[in-house]
Write a protein of this length. Structure first.
Length: 366
């Protein structure tokens, strides 16, 4: 019995140990399981709708006006110029049922606007057209004519004369160029400077000197005496200069003939043809060496579509060809023009080549 009692006591201790172990009493190091605190879900906020954005107005509607700009000489346009600009604005709006604005601006403003992406067309100098065409493929549509039929002109030009030992403009590098105060700035310097630059002679850097003389005869004498290499004259004045120069230089003991002068002084850059074509059917465009008069230029087709451009051009043509007021409108808005004619980009090929070669890169305020 004593052995049985010990066995029962041992068994009871084992059972007690198992119970204590199951209840956590067997180890003081055990940690309770952590239960995370429940966080209630945040409700999804409804997005606030954006306000409606009004669509941009169509071309020629509301504030998106089509602008036609004119560049006039001088600082203050005349009262008549302003009146005719208002008339054109009204005629365009009435006939095309679109919003138009006609402005009088500077050459630089017009050039800037042509390639700005704004629906703006402008009457500008040929120089500005050449730049706008290179920058944004601007399109010429109407060109100015001046004078009276049958001798109406479409541009300006000059001829460059030189000593007979020079045969090309590019040979004038490091030479002396003569100018006559009897001539206008275009003939005496702007035109020859542009022509020289187009042939690779920078008139500001590559000439050894530029000398001014009081009149054409003194300039011709300087050429004859070889004091300078070249000079410029208005078109068709070369032969007249030689005749006058022969008398100016001759003495009783030493008469000078025009034949002798012809052998000493020659035309190395002839003047271009500036007479307006009688018919534009077979006209190939402005002659080499001609600086065309002002031209109406439109921005790219992506800004003003071709169909609309043609419609605007038709209205403007009718405006300036009006039998009652056309002549006065041309005179006031287009700097004493006497007519207009249709043109396209191909007509300006020779001129664009010249200013490109000359590296001309600015507007030209007249």
């Amino acid at each position: 019995m004593h052995a049985i009692s010990k066995l029962r006591i041992f068994a009871g201790l084992v059972i007690l140990a198992l119970v204590l172990s199951a209840c956590g009493g067997g180890s003081n190091d055990a940690r309770p399981t952590r239960v995370p605190t429940k966080i209630p879900p945040t409700p999804t906020q409804r997005s606030t709708p954006l306000p409606d954005v009004p669509s941009a107005p169509a071309l020629g509607q509301g504030s998106r006006e089509i602008v036609i700009q004119f560049v006039l000489p001088g600082e203050t346009p005349s009262t008549d110029a302003r009146r005719f600009a208002t008339q054109l604005q009204g005629q365009l709006a009435e006939q095309l049922q679109l919003a138009f604005k006609v402005e009088l601006v500077t050459e630089n403003e017009a050039l800037k606007n042509l390639c700005s992406g704004a629906p703006t067309a402008a009457w500008v100098s040929a120089y500005s057209y050449g730049l706008a065409q290179a920058r944004c493929n601007a399109t010429p549509v109407l060109a100015v004519k001046r004078g009276r039929a049958p001798n109406m002109s479409i541009g300006t030009t000059a001829e460059i004369i030189a000593r007979s030992d020079f045969t090309a403009l590019r040979q004038l590098s490091d030479q002396v160029f003569c100018r006559s105060n009897e001539q206008d700035p275009f003939t005496s310097w702007i035109y020859p400077g542009l022509m020289l630059a187009s042939q690779g002679v920078d008139p500001m850097l590559d000439l050894s000197a530029v000398r001014d003389y009081p009149d054409d005869l003194e300039m011709g004498k300087a050429l004859y005496q070889e004091w300078c290499a070249a000079a410029a004259l208005p078109p068709d004045e070369y032969e007249d200069l030689l005749i006058d120069l022969a008398g100016f230089l001759s003495t009783d003991r030493n008469p000078i003939t025009t034949s002798e002068l012809t052998s000493r002084i020659k035309v190395i850059s002839p003047a271009g043809t500036t007479t307006a074509p009688a018919s534009q059917t077979n006209w190939r465009g402005f002659d080499t060496g001609v600086i065309p008069y002002e031209v109406l230029v439109f921005p790219p087709n992506s800004t003003i579509p071709a169909e609309l451009r043609e419609a605007i051009t038709d209205v403007i043509t009718d405006f300036f060809e009006d039998q009652a007021d056309g002549s006065q409108r041309l005179n006031e808005l287009l700097n004493k023009a006497t007519g207009i004619m249709s043109v396209n980009a191909n007509h300006y090929s020779a001129f664009r080549t010249m200013i490109t070669n000359a590296k001309w890169d600015m507007a030209f305020d007249q």
